[in-house]
Write a protein that binds this ligand. Structure first.
Ligand SMILES: C[S@@+](CC[C@H](N)C(=O)[O-])C[C@H]1O[C@@H](n2cnc3c(N)ncnc32)[C@H](O)[C@@H]1O
Length: 350
């Protein structure tokens, strides 16, 4: 289980004397669910970066201590022309706030956070957003914005990080990848691959696919409440050649529309959507509709087990004539050098 830097109070600039200013923020470090604070001491770097060049203006080491629920971080005094210069505040375990997504030894225990821009035309306080920056390849980053509040849909979940690791391993042809996914991607070599993500939230799983796989059209779907954050992420995505991304509202409880269900798909992506047993019949019904139109579609499910009721998902999938074609696990780091396993499944219609 990884932990995430969260801005409880977004960074804010305070004017000082003689053109010197200071920047402060209140952070916490919690799980994706926000139900536990990091109970381990961790050394962090807090850095003010120039928005346009990403160069460090000033940085300092800060310490998170086990047992704490929040930490006040303040940097300064620093000489800044606030009316002119837009800055961001980045906080993470390393000085470079771009996190690896590899195995449990390279993925950091604490996922870094970069604030929205402030200073300059943005004003003195950053918006209530946090950007996560991940290294996909040496030359490419996956950048995903989340909201800072506790909304379930508008932030990233651990299973999505595991899903991105699995995608990356598969697309890079590494042993830890999924063979079934590799086959679909290869078959799609001649034609473009079409994918739909259900319950996409901020869109990290589908966006990672569209950034890593050329000639791939991905439709992210979720409830209307994610429209703003997911659209921001779609705009910021650096797509692979010939790939495309869009967002459509798709409520599993409503009658399906032709916008999503009209065209055949090769892949259906589902990450961390099985936590609520009450919504599972509707989710499986949607998977059924999609695979009626596309019987050969591969349904990739990334699942972090939180409680026993999630087992119902597998019963419902079996009743709906889905079979597990492949299963693997992705390890994420956990406190005190433990690891946490996220389950990845490739389902197909029998
Ligand atoms: C735990 S979040 C996972 C978000 C994202 N897939 C991730 O892993 O970061 C579950 C997602 O399922 C979506 N969801 C829940 N019920 C839904 C429904 N009835 N129709 C569509 N999406 C739904 C939520 O809005 C939320 O974005």
């Amino acid at each position: 289980m990884v932990y995430y830097i969260r801005f409880l109070k977004p960074p804010k600039v305070q004017d000082g004397k003689n053109g010197l200013v200071s920047v402060s923020t209140l952070i916490s470090i919690t799980t994706d669910l926000g139900d536990a604070f990091l109970a381990e001491d961790v050394s962090l770097h807090a850095q003010l970066l120039a928005l346009d060049t990403n160069t460090v203006i000033q940085g300092k080491a800060v310490s998170w201590q086990a047992g704490k629920r929040e930490l006040l971080v303040s940097i300064g005094p620093v000489r800044l022309s606030l009316t002119k210069q837009s800055i961001i505040l980045a906080i993470g375990e390393k000085t470079v706030c771009v996190d690896e997504l590899g195995d449990c030894t390279t993925t950091p225990l604490v996922i870094s956070g970069c604030s929205a821009a402030f200073g300059g035309p943005q004003g003195t306080t950053a918006a209530k957003l946090v950007e996560r920056r991940f290294a996909l390849r040496s030359d490419s980053q996956l950048r995903i914005w989340e909201e800072t509040g506790n909304n379930i849909a508008r932030h990233i979940w651990d299973a999505a990080l595991a899903a991105v690791i699995c995608l990356r391993n598969t697309i890079n042809n590494e042993a830890a990848g999924m063979q079934q996914l590799q086959n679909r991607i290869k078959n799609g070599g001649k034609k473009a691959v079409r994918a739909v993500e259900l319950g996409a939230g901020c869109g990290i799983f589908g966006i990672a696919l569209a950034q890593m796989l050329p000639r791939c059209a991905v439709t992210l779907t979720d409830l209307p409440e994610v429209d703003e954050i997911v659209s921001r992420n779609i705009q910021a995505a650096r797509l692979a050649p010939g790939s495309a991304l869009d967002f459509q509202v798709l409520d599993w409880d409503e009658k399906p529309s032709d916008d999503v269900f009209g065209e055949a798909v090769d892949l259906v992506l589902v990450s961390d959507c099985t936590y609520n047993a009450d919504s599972l019949p509707a989710l499986v019904r949607v998977l059924g509709y999609l695979t009626n139109v596309s019987p050969h579609a591969l349904v990739l499910v990334s699942l972090k087990r939180r409680h026993e009721s999630e087992a119902v998902f597998f019963e419902l999938m079996q009743e709906a004539s889905f079979a597990i074609l492949e299963q693997t696990g992705v390890s994420l780091p956990a406190p005190y050098s433990e690891t946490d396993s996220i389950e990845m499944y490739a389902f197909g219609r029998t």
